[in-house]
Design a protein around this ligand. Structure first.
Ligand SMILES: Nc1ncnc2c1ncn2[C@@H]1O[C@H](COP(=O)(O)OP(=O)(O)OP(=O)(O)O)[C@@H](O)[C@H]1O
Length: 264
């Protein structure tokens, strides 16, 4: 069943068409990748899905609802969370506090109740703390919960970002280059964590990723963008040997000469 449907989505910045008439269906419980050369429009597409940009044209349906043009916080509350290409943590807060901040969309307490610490707020805080620690255990960071975020090694910061995104209890997570800048060991751990998001938490995963080994091992389906346009879609083995994809990555003539497969 489709969890997300993008229909003919276009995003223009002045005269530049960053995303051009892209339609895409993402099934519930799947792991899919969006790939393409630099500047292909991948991050802009994520930004449209998460409400950071309104599409110039087209519509987005999520879980049966039209979410086109909703604000980012409204889209998060409906169940889409994300991480960013450049890590965006609250560096001066602890690991635990970063996850608690991510939970605010799910808390019911109003300002009055928080100021006066009513019993219901204290109960809600306890539940939040338990849940935050459960998420930290899931990403294997609970032992670091009192560290400042800025003191974590790079791979751990990326995992903390995922834990914070999970705090909004999403149905779908969008990961923008989750293994960028990682060493091989960190990349292997991140790949394993991405798989567990789906296998153990049932979350649908969409990733933008440049590391073709990661893309080819983890994705069930791949969509390829080039100059804002969808040029291919299919199973990893289909994408790997698709002449248009090889041409987009390696330049004209490469496919004709059978030079190389993408990620081969
Ligand atoms: N806010 C903006 N204003 C103007 N142009 C933009 C804006 N955001 C993105 N673009 C342009 O849109 C095009 C697509 O950029 P985008 O960042 O979506 O590509 P990408 O596929 O994510 O690239 P990369 O792999 O390098 O991150 C680029 O030409 C970029 O310069």
């Amino acid at each position: 069943m489709a969890l997300l449907e993008a229909k003919h989505v276009t995003k223009q910045f002045g005269g530049l068409t960053a995303v051009n008439d892209v339609s895409l269906t993402i099934d519930e419980g799947s792991i899919v990748s969006v790939i393409g050369p630099n500047g292909a429009g991948k991050t802009t597409f994520f930004n449209v899905l998460t409400g950071i940009y309104k599409p110039t044209k087209g519509a987005i349906l999520f879980d049966g609802k039209d979410i086109t043009g909703l604000r980012p916080d409204q889209i998060t509350a409906l169940g889409i969370c994300r991480t960013f290409q450049n890590i965006r943590l609250f560096n001066a807060m602890t690991v635990l506090e970063n996850v608690l901040v991510g939970m605010h969309t799910r808390l019911n307490a109003g300002l009055w109740q928080i100021l006066f610490g009513t019993p219901s707020v204290r109960a809600e805080e306890r539940v939040s703390l338990d849940r935050a620690r459960e998420l930290l255990r899931f990403v294997n960071l609970d032992h670091q919960r009192n560290q400042l975020a800025r003191n974590l090694p790079y791979g751990d910061q990326r995992r903390l970002e995922i834990a914070r995104a999970l705090a909004s209890s999403p149905k779908m997570i969008l990961l923008d280059e989750p293994t960028a800048g990682m060493n091989p060991q960190e990349t292997a751990e991140a790949t394993d964590l991405i798989r567990r998001l789906r296998d153990e938490l049932g979350i649908t995963v969409v990733l933008i990723e440049h590391d073709m080994r990661v893309v080819m091992t983890i994705s069930e389906r791949i969509t390829v963008l080039d100059y804002g346009t969808k040029i291919a879609e299919g199973l990893p083995e289909e994408i790997r040997s698709n002449p248009r994809v090889i041409e987009a990555y390696l330049g004209k003539g490469a496919a004709a000469h059978g030079v190389e497969q993408v990620g081969g």
